[in-house]
Design a protein around this ligand. Structure first.
Ligand code: HEC
Ligand code: HEC
Ligand code: HEC
Ligand code: HEC
Length: 163
């Protein structure tokens, strides 16, 4: 037999080994349920675990009745796209635990989204369905050292004292 066959046997051996190991370590209920091979691969026995998983975010409709002022402002401002809990943290058991949510007045909170990025175009004119336009600020140039909320009204996405 030609020595050229030997590597082939090694490869066949490896593939067989991988198939045996797979059969041992992959749980039997790991399937593509409903035949959707793109998104459905999961362990069927795990579904209950995920149903019982506690969701930490409530969504902003939850805030409406108790904080109607902030709700009214934020949802009709340019911050309408931003969820309350994006800035205030998850409200899973609020107002019981925690009784109050975090109020972060740091420049970092705002610069997380508004920081000037050299590779992000300032104007999207001409682009079809690109990213939403976002007014960026250079944190080192735009009133450094002063909290943004000294001048800006965050829920109105405008200015304090003004509209
Ligand atoms: C059932 C009523 C209720 C709901 C629903 C509720 N809150 Fe509150 N929230 C309160 C109460 C009561 C306080 C404490 C008010 C105080 O002591 O001034 C509070 C405090 C806060 C504070 C701190 C205010 C401060 O001056 O320190 C923030 C921020 C806040 N809530 C945001 C939210 C957000 C965001 C949501 C929705 C995800 C929400 N709340 C849902 C009742 C509620
Ligand atoms: C982009 C970030 C951001 C979003 C979105 C946001 N908040 Fe705030 N919120 C803040 C900041 C920052 C303060 C402190 C404002 C200040 O001191 O001028 C604040 C203050 C508050 C307070 C304390 C009282 C007050 O008005 O200062 C409450 C209550 C509150 N927010 C609730 C909400 C609710 C409800 C929503 C959604 C409808 C919401 N916030 C959306 C950042 C945000
Ligand atoms: C989660 C992302 C996010 C955070 C955090 C955030 N913003 Fe915004 N902000 C936006 C988006 C999106 C818009 C709407 C696009 C626009 O018009 O710039 C916006 C709009 C604004 C506008 C209006 C700009 C205009 O076009 O007139 C101001 C002012 C503003 N934000 C200030 C702040 C301040 C101050 C903070 C911090 C307290 C903050 N933002 C935090 C996403 C964010
Ligand atoms: C001392 C007051 C002051 C502070 C602090 C301040 N700003 Fe401003 N901001 C202004 C003024 C005034 C303008 C309008 C003139 C300009 O564009 O410089 C403005 C404009 C903006 C705009 C564009 C709004 C529009 O209508 O075009 C955004 C977004 C913004 N600031 C975000 C921020 C963020 C984020 C911070 C904190 C990192 C911050 N600002 C800190 C006063 C302030």
């Amino acid at each position: 037999m030609s020595h050229a066959w030997r590597p082939l046997f090694v490869v066949i051996g490896l593939v067989a080994l991988i198939l045996v190991v797979r059969a041992i370590i992959v749980p039997a209920d790991f399937q593509a349920k409903n035949g959707d091979y793109k998104y459905q691969w999961h362990r069927v026995g795990n579904e209950e675990d995920w149903k019982n998983f506690k969701v930490k975010y409530q969504g902003r409709d939850y805030c409406k009745d108790c904080h109607s002022a902030q709700y009214g402002q934020a949802t009709s401002s340019k911050h309408a796209l931003v969820q309350c809990e994006n800035c205030h943290g998850p409200a899973i058991e609020h107002p019981v635990n925690p009784a109050k949510l975090t109020i972060d007045k740091s420049r970092e909170l705002c610069l997380r989204c508004h920081a000037k990025l050299p590779y992000r175009p300032a104007v999207y004119a001409g682009l079809p369905a690109g990213p939403i336009p976002l007014k960026m600020q250079d944190g080192e140039q735009h009133n450094p050292g002063i909290e943004c909320v000294t001048c800006h009204d965050v829920h109105r996405a405008g200015f304090k004292g003004g509209k």
